[in-house]
Design a protein around this ligand. Structure first.
Ligand code: GUN
Length: 287
């Protein structure tokens, strides 16, 4: 059997249409949701991500402001930009693109972002809220994955075994928490996991977030599993230079019941959740 493709682009279009309507309604009340994106340095992948985020904002009628800082920017300079944005009433969401240059303490910067403008959901307070089951702003990629599951009718995951491969603060950990809150039985695997395939083969829902191209092969996947591929890896030029996920799509699609493609799967939903979080932040300013 060949898996059904979960079309993240189509789902993103649908959700963004709804967001655009809600932005228009807020504008009537005199509030234009505003997102500030801060990019430090010139990492090519980050530049593409940031450009896509800014374009997506404009398409749904939100204001977006881009702050570019040189790779040599100091921590104090970045903290000062964050502080200015915290105090700017026209900005409802702040996103500092990661990774940051090594002279800057990432944790310090993320904690400096006002909790109610933390549309990335990276601030410890927002992470804590998610942990206790009272989510406010949730990290966009895992939130997008949950929307994709809901869209294929998998909202309550009682009785399902979900396996998350990867334990990052941005994806793996919040993903596991969201799956747990949806009543799944959750296993988190990582680079120190012994006999990974024996665990991934138990997954009814398999989330791959390891950052290694085509790492999860079809023979590591249970028949009829739902596979969400969070990876975005650029292949070397000698291998074609294209984008591939953490899942070996060709072999995985022969085993899974549903699978997300790369590109066009989780990626568009990540940006959509950023828009959604910015809308929520702007609505909270409607007093
Ligand atoms: N770098 C890679 N993914 C993300 C993300 O979701 N947010 C931010 N701020 N940086 C990232």
């Amino acid at each position: 059997m060949t898996a059904k493709i979960i079309d993240g682009k189509a789902l993103a279009e649908k959700v963004r249409g709804r967001i655009a309507d809600e932005v228009a309604a807020l504008k009537v009340k005199g509030i234009t949701p505003g997102l500030a994106v801060v990019l430090v340095g010139d990492d090519p992948a980050s530049q593409v991500y940031v450009r896509n985020k800014v374009a997506a904002c404009e398409k749904v009628g939100m204001k977006s402001v881009m702050h570019r800082m040189p790779a040599t920017a100091s921590e104090a300079e970045l903290l000062s930009v964050v502080q200015t944005l915290n105090n700017d009433a026209t900005i409802h969401g702040i996103l500092v693109q990661l990774p940051l240059p090594k002279q800057i303490d990432e944790k310090k910067v993320l904690e400096a972002i006002a909790v109610d403008k933390d549309v990335d959901g990276f601030h410890a307070e927002n992470v804590g809220a998610l942990t206790i089951g009272e989510p406010r702003f949730v990290s966009c990629t895992p939130a997008g994955c949950m929307e994709m599951l809901a869209d294929i009718g998998m909202k309550d995951l009682r009785g399902k075994h979900a396996v998350v491969v990867g334990r990052s603060n941005i994806v793996g950990k919040p993903m596991a928490l969201l799956l747990l809150h949806a009543n799944a039985t959750v296993t988190i695997c990582h680079s120190g996991t012994k006999d990974l395939a024996a665990i991934t083969r138990q997954a009814d829902i398999l989330v791959a977030a390891v950052g290694r191209p085509r790492f999860i092969k079809g023979n590591m996947i249970k028949s009829d599993a739902v596979v969400l591929d969070v990876g975005i890896n650029r292949l070397p030029i000698e291998q074609g230079g294209g984008l591939v996920g953490d899942v070996d799509f060709e072999s995985a699609k022969e085993v899974a019941s549903y699978i997300t493609p790369v590109p066009g799967g989780v990626g568009p939903m990540t940006i959509t959740m950023l828009l959604q979080n910015t809308l929520v932040a702007a609505r909270a300013a409607d007093y």
